[in-house]
Design a protein around this ligand. Structure first.
Ligand SMILES: NC(=O)c1ccc[n+]([C@@H]2O[C@H](COP(=O)([O-])OP(=O)(O)OC[C@H]3O[C@@H](n4cnc5c(N)ncnc54)[C@H](OP(=O)(O)O)[C@@H]3O)[C@@H](O)[C@H]2O)c1
Length: 315
């Protein structure tokens, strides 16, 4: 995609950073954020509150692509206050973007709303895809369901709409999971977590960007797409391969009871590590999308090449 105007709501975080790197050389990017920042090259920041109409709405007029990533991070304790903020940040932002887009004279050609591959149930028996995936009802699934229902409830006759159910995204950009995983590896704690049998559904940040580019160019694409690599792996293999790529022979595993204590201490939930997410990108593959990083070893090699050695070695 070239010379387009792309709006990224919630684009100041990890995935937004990856999208700005990928699209920002050839396109104009407008990031909607609650925190004002100076422009960087073709990337400009406009302040919004993620809930109500404001001056920011004018930026959407005539834009080519709208991407919405807004949402409070799920990396926190699921107490009542955080649960509400996790729900509301996603549904409020989606609703106000929809209401504003409905009033535009020239609305974007495509709206990509983030969703999550965690919408599918804990699966150790078989992979889930867009056609046969089973959707359970635990907290994180409820978040995804309400988020998607809000998006699906918005009618836009001139804008194609897609939901990306994104897997755990791997990249070198700040805020991503590679940093904490590599810290574990660096300090000799990079063994498997829990039983290590839980499936890890991941995707390389470049393939997230490439899939959005592909959806934009593909006029018939709409609805739900799993944005996950075609080769999910067990947590044990994920950690083994990460240690190997980072040049570490050994890593202590973390059994589930220890993880539960650790998660409480650092203010997060074990679900993020122990849920077995086994998801395949069946629709994208059927419709001709080709992954640049389908395998974990090429993905890790590429990502580590972008990081300083000090990110994964003490010396
Ligand atoms: N990273 C992954 O592996 C992954 C996997 C599946 C799904 N997702 C989903 O994809 C989206 C983007 O992921 P990410 O990793 O880039 O997340 P991120 O780094 O946490 O960025 C999300 C952005 O949302 C905005 N935000 C947070 N709380 C908000 C609130 N209460 N009201 C309005 N805006 C708020 C923040 O922007 P400002 O502070 O600048 O306003 C933040 O930069 C998220 O919704 C996430 O759930 C991510």
């Amino acid at each position: 995609m070239k010379n387009k105007r792309i709006i990224i709501a919630g684009g100041s975080g990890f995935i937004g950073h990856g999208l700005s790197d990928y699209f920002g050389t050839d396109n104009d990017i407008v990031i909607l954020t609650r925190r004002p920042q100076a422009a960087r090259g073709r990337v400009q920041y406009i302040v919004w509150d993620g809930r109500t109409r404001g001056d920011w709405a004018a930026a959407l007029e005539g834009a080519d692509l709208l991407i919405n990533l807004t949402g409070k991070s799920v990396n926190c304790r699921y107490n009542e206050q955080n649960r509400q903020a996790i729900f509301n940040s996603r549904t409020d932002a989606t609703s106000i973007l929809g209401a504003v887009t409905q009033t535009l004279k020239k609305p974007p050609r495509l709206w990509v709303n983030a969703g999550s591959a965690t919408i599918y149930r804990h699966a150790e028996d078989r992979p889930m895809n867009e056609f046969n995936g089973e959707i359970a009802d635990d907290f994180s699934v409820q978040v995804c369901k309400r988020w998607e229902a809000t998006f699906n409830g918005i009618t836009l006759p001139h804008t194609r709409k897609t939901i990306l159910r994104i897997g755990v995204t791997l990249g070198w950009q700040p805020g991503g999971v590679m940093h904490p995983y590599l810290n574990l590896v660096k300090f000799g704690l990079g063994g498997h977590q829990g039983s290590g049998r839980q499936m890890f559904t991941w995707v390389h940040i470049t393939d997230v960007c490439r899939m959005i580019d592909w959806l934009y160019e593909n006029d018939t694409a709409s609805g739900v797409y799993n944005c996950t690599s075609p080769n999910p792996i067990p947590n044990r293999t994920f950690m083994q391969q990460l240690r190997k790529t980072a040049g570490h022979l050994f890593g202590l595993p973390a059994p589930a009871p220890l993880l539960r204590i650790g998660a409480t201490l650092i203010g997060t939930e074990t679900e993020l590590l122990l849920k077995s997410r086994w998801v395949l990108p069946t629709r994208a593959l059927q419709e001709g999308f080709v992954f640049q990083y389908p395998d974990i070893n090429t993905a890790f090699s590429h990502i580590l090449a972008h990081m300083p050695r000090s990110a994964y070695h003490l010396f």
